[in-house]
Design a protein around this ligand. Structure first.
Ligand SMILES: Cc1cc2nc3c(=O)[nH]c(=O)nc-3n(C[C@H](O)[C@H](O)[C@H](O)COP(=O)(O)OP(=O)(O)OC[C@H]3O[C@@H](n4cnc5c(N)ncnc54)[C@H](O)[C@@H]3O)c2cc1C
Length: 463
């Protein structure tokens, strides 16, 4: 028997990905008792990505924002209706998924929730010198580089080299970029000043580059303007309208929208928070089931989240290009965790409806608003109220709102308690105890790759 074929006469459902969307779908389907489920994820944990930057900046340890999938779903596993496999899906057939070891898992219904990954806009070579933030492994890499940069600065004998190590560039001013930039300034100004002898960490420079004209483009212009003001007031060097055109181990080059020429920014540490593209499973869905992909490689789904022409396959979360009814025309659903969770729940319910021979429901996204923190006492919150009204908060109240909203949505009571205690400790002491990094086999300049070309000649002013 092929792995995954019906053993009790119940339909076999394969769910790939246990992020926000996949987890909700499992809960709905396992609770029904109507299907046998195989849940496949390449990691053994569910990750709360909105707080990943806190792990990257050493404010929280990894277990505070993640939890083992088997533990979260232990009751469903014990009920006998769910099997969890830690494996990577590397290929799709019309009635089976193929795992990294070649195992074939058959399905009657398939639910894909494998999310998104970084996009370097065709410059994948930048990944080596400008890591992005998506997984715990990414967070550890960035943490090591940030902490390593200050360590390198203490070893430098020349001022210019020390300045380069104390210059940090964040590319992309979406929520992740602004959160990283704000926290990095706080580390340099509040956490580290007493800990180094050869330099004053308060002089570290954090530059936030954004290609579009404003930070946090998903917010109203007033929210963006407030965020930019708050970032500048805490010491972030915000540069909007700047398109990065090259990154190497010594810094980056960018073009400004309104000025000719290429500008150079020397910064030994560059973090990429700019582009997103769908997981490669989108392309496989297109090849096997003829689905259309959007520009980011996401699968264009029918209103009920199934793949047009293949109702047995549903795609949700960041991998799906879905729409929701708008006042005049359908609006795209944003790639955020509440959308993924809502899609997961509807996909589960629609699958059960199909089994019962009932019509499926169309997805309607309930938007509660957007939040972003910019550092201590600095945040912007945009709440969506009834009948299209919006309520905007910024500063201290927004920061407190952001804080409790994130604790509330964390998985598990233990994680909520740990995060609250760690944050309270960090708040009063400015300490960031997750700064311990394992000894690395990497050379003393960990993110300077020998393959990186020397900085190209530039024609504009140097920053
Ligand atoms: C740094 C960061 C900060 C964010 N901040 C916010 C925020 O503040 N607010 C907000 O609402 N949203 C935020 N988001 C977006 C939010 O996290 C995503 O919209 C949400 O996670 C999408 O859920 P998903 O279920 O589609 O995918 P994910 O949650 O990404 O889950 C995908 C799962 O699929 C697994 N997987 C992937 N490929 C395979 C494969 N081939 N085989 C097996 N398993 C696979 C992965 O291991 C993962 O567990 C943030 C995202 C990031 C990266």
């Amino acid at each position: 028997m092929m792995a995954g074929t019906a053993s009790h006469g119940r339909p076999q459902v394969v769910i790939v990905g246990c992020g926000f969307g996949g987890l909700e779908a499992v809960r709905v389907l396992a609770g029904s008792g109507a299907v046998d489920i195989t849940l496949i994820d390449r990691t053994n944990h569910h990750l709360f990505q909105p707080l990943l930057y806190q792990v990257a900046t050493a404010g929280l340890a990894a277990p505070a924002i993640s939890a083992p999938i088997r533990h979260i779903l232990r009751r469903q596993i014990a009920s006998g209706r769910l099997i969890v496999l830690r494996a990577e899906v590397v290929d799709l057939e019309r009635d089976a998924v193929i795992l990294d070891d070649g195992t074939r898992i058959g399905f009657d219904h398939l639910l894909l929730a494998t999310g998104a990954t970084h996009s370097y806009f065709g410059h994948d070579d930048w990944a080596a010198v400008a890591p992005g933030l998506k997984t715990l492994a990414d967070a550890f890499t960035i943490r090591e580089r940030l902490i390593g940069a200050f360590e390198q600065a203490e070893r430098c004998t020349s001022d210019s080299e020390r300045d380069a190590w104390l210059s940090f560039a964040i590319v992309g001013a979406g929520p992740t970029g602004v959160e990283l930039a704000g926290t990095l300034v706080e580390i340099a100004r509040r956490t580290l000043p007493q800990e180094f002898r050869r330099f004053d960490s308060r002089h570290a420079r954090v530059v936030l580059l954004e290609g579009s004209p404003r930070v946090l483009a998903a917010f109203d212009p007033a929210g963006s303007a407030s965020a930019e003001r708050q970032l500048r007031s805490i010491g972030v060097d915000v540069r909007c309208g700047c398109q990065v055109v090259a990154i190497d181990g010594e810094g980056l080059n960018y073009k400004k929208a309104d000025v000719d020429g290429v500008h150079r920014l020397s910064a030994r540490t560059v973090v990429w928070a700019a582009g997103v593209q769908a997981s490669p499973l989108g392309r496989m869905v297109s090849e096997r089931f003829g689905a259309t992909l959007d520009r980011a490689g996401r699968v264009v789904v029918a209103p009920d989240l199934s793949v047009p022409g293949a109702p047995q396959v549903q795609v949700i979360g960041d991998l799906a290009s879905a729409t929701t009814p708008g006042p005049t025309a359908p609006r795209p659903v944003p790639g955020v965790s509440p959308a993924a969770k809502q899609m997961g729940r509807l996909a589960g319910r629609n699958l059960l409806r199909r089994l019962q021979g009932r019509p499926t429901e169309a997805f309607v996204y309930r938007d509660y608003g957007s939040l972003a923190t910019l550092g201590r006492h600095a945040a912007v919150v945009q709440l969506e109220l009834a009948r299209g009204a919006r309520w905007q908060l910024s500063g201290w109240f927004a920061w407190v709102f952001w804080l409790f909203a994130h604790v509330y949505f964390l998985i598990g009571y233990r994680n909520r308690l740990v995060v609250l205690i760690d944050w309270a400790w960090n708040y009063w002491t400015f300490a960031r105890h997750a700064r311990v990094v394992a000894q690395s086999a990497a050379p003393t300049r960990p993110h300077r790759t020998s393959a990186a070309p020397p900085p190209p000649a530039v024609s504009g002013p140097r920053a």
